[in-house]
Design a protein around this ligand. Structure first.
Ligand code: 5AD
Ligand code: SF4
Length: 440
């Protein structure tokens, strides 16, 4: 089916949330192109605007509602069609039509397979809804990747954990792994197409279970991707500490293409908070995983996610999160104030930590982590690293590269090529990035 008899329709996708969403947008864009739609340069110019949404915290949802308001006049005048995709669509479903009547399409993150049919309904002037879970992981031959050198590749969808704060099991459904054959075929195709960096994605990436008779484990899969001739960098995100094994560290040690970086969300440093979060590990068990990573032959950087102000978190619990920061020495941490989400177990827990107190704890935590990052980055001054050149900042006459440890280096050089690898020497360090110059 084409996009309709008249002039070709144009689309624009705005993406909120995580890398899974960024990659879903690439898959959706590919499907739209295959249906005869054309990309628009901005949402203002597009006939069809799709918001690919996140529902992880209340703030993320509010952002989407305010963004939708922006398109109201055009939508009501019939100049644009508006679709809500992703996690908020899956969560709120048809309620979105009630709250924002000028929305034409609501399609959850587990229903993109149905998009071609939904688009036909849209063209016929009807509302379209896709909210069921497909029982397989969503694969499409039409993915339209945003970068020509770094590629996302989904290996597992959904999540079977039941962390008490988390909406993801409700928005992305149960765990579904792709077969190792289809993953490796896609990875080989990417390398043949010029990609040198592949980022393996899953809400819970190390719960990967090959559904094919080969029964490849996650660490084995990492090795198999890392051995593809021509691949330079393999990353994976996000790992759950409970399923993080010695085999993963050994795979990193023995495959040069596997990057020196692990993102291992801890959420809290207090065992009693972790228990109420249903995280399935204690502070001590988490620290054992960290020790495994630190015992590698390679210097692997570690980053994390932290929630402050989970219901019942005492000042003493929070102190334990601060001492955990000191103990682990993270290279980066994303930290958030707890946000109560519909359907989750944490809704029934009390007492709630007051908003101002959550804000205070967040500030204290971020200040502490900032000092740690600055101190760690300062030890890199004078050293040389290989970076993948990811972007150019002409205003500052700087190029932006990334180390295998996932650190951003802003560097100077007369010329460079995006997507190439360069050697840089670090001259200055900040808490969030490094500054350097190209060598040779
Ligand atoms: N409130 C605050 N932060 C949350 N996260 C997940 N759910 C919530 C919530 N309800 C954080 C966790 C997770 C990251 C992606 O978002 O730290 O690892
Ligand atoms: Fe947001 Fe989680 Fe959905 Fe990603 S999976 S878009 S973080 S709710």
């Amino acid at each position: 089916m084409g996009a309709g008899a008249g002039k070709p329709q144009t689309f624009y996708i705005e993406t909120f949330g995580c890398q899974m969403n960024a990659h879903d947008s690439e898959k959706v864009a590919g499907q739209l192109l295959a249906q005869g739609y054309h990309p628009a340069a901005s949402s203002a110019e597009a006939d069809l605007v799709l918001l690919n949404t996140c529902a992880i915290r209340d703030k993320a949802e509010q952002k989407v509602y305010s963004r939708l308001g922006h398109f109201k006049a055009d939508a009501l005048a019939g100049r644009k069609k508006i679709g809500v995709l992703g996690c908020m669509a899956q969560l709120e479903g048809e309620k979105i039509f009630e709250r924002v009547p000028y929305v034409n399409l609501v399609c959850g993150s587990a229903s993109y397979r149905k998009l071609p049919a939904l688009l036909v309904r849209l063209q016929d002037g009807q509302r379209a809804t896709g909210l069921t879970y497909d029982d397989e992981a969503f694969e499409t031959e039409f993915t339209r990747r945003a970068s020509p050198f770094r590629a996302y590749l989904t290996i597992i969808e959904g999540c079977d954990k039941r962390c008490a704060y988390c909406i993801v099991p409700f928005t992305r459904g149960p765990e579904r792994s792709r077969t190792s054959d289809s993953i490796l075929a896609e990875a080989r195709g990417l390398v043949a197409g010029g990609y040198t960096e592949i980022q393996l994605l899953g809400q819970n990436v190390n719960s990967y279970r090959d559904p094919s008779p080969r029964r490849m484990g996650f660490a084995e899969l990492l090795g198999a991707v890392g051995r593809i001739p021509g691949i330079r960098r393999v990353r994976f995100t996000t790992s759950h500490p409970r399923d993080f094994s010695r085999e993963i560290v050994e795979a990193i040690d023995s495959h040069p293409a596997l990057c020196n970086h692990v993102h291992l969300p801890v959420q809290s440093g207090s065992t009693s908070v972790l228990r109420r979060m249903a995280r399935e590990y204690t502070r001590e068990e988490y620290l054992e995983k960290i020790a495994l990573i630190r015992s590698a032959r390679r210097a692997i950087s570690i980053t994390t996610d932290i929630i402050v102000g989970f219901p019942g978190e005492t000042e003493a619990d929070f102190e334990e999160t601060l001492t955990l920061l000191d103990a682990v020495q993270y290279d980066g941490a994303f930290s958030f104030m707890f946000s109560p989400r519909p359907n989750t177990a944490a809704l029934a827990l009390d007492p709630q930590v007051p908003e101002e107190e959550k804000g205070r704890r967040l500030k204290v935590l971020q200040a502490r982590q900032r000092e740690i990052q600055l101190a760690r980055n300062e030890t890199l001054v004078g050293r040389e690293f290989e970076v993948l050149v990811e972007s150019h900042n002409p205003k500052q006459a700087q190029w932006v590269g990334r180390t295998t440890t996932n650190k951003v280096v802003n560097f100077t050089t007369p010329t460079a090529e995006l997507g190439s690898y360069a050697r840089v020497r670090v001259r200055r360090a900040g808490p969030n990035s490094l500054v350097g110059e190209r060598v040779q």
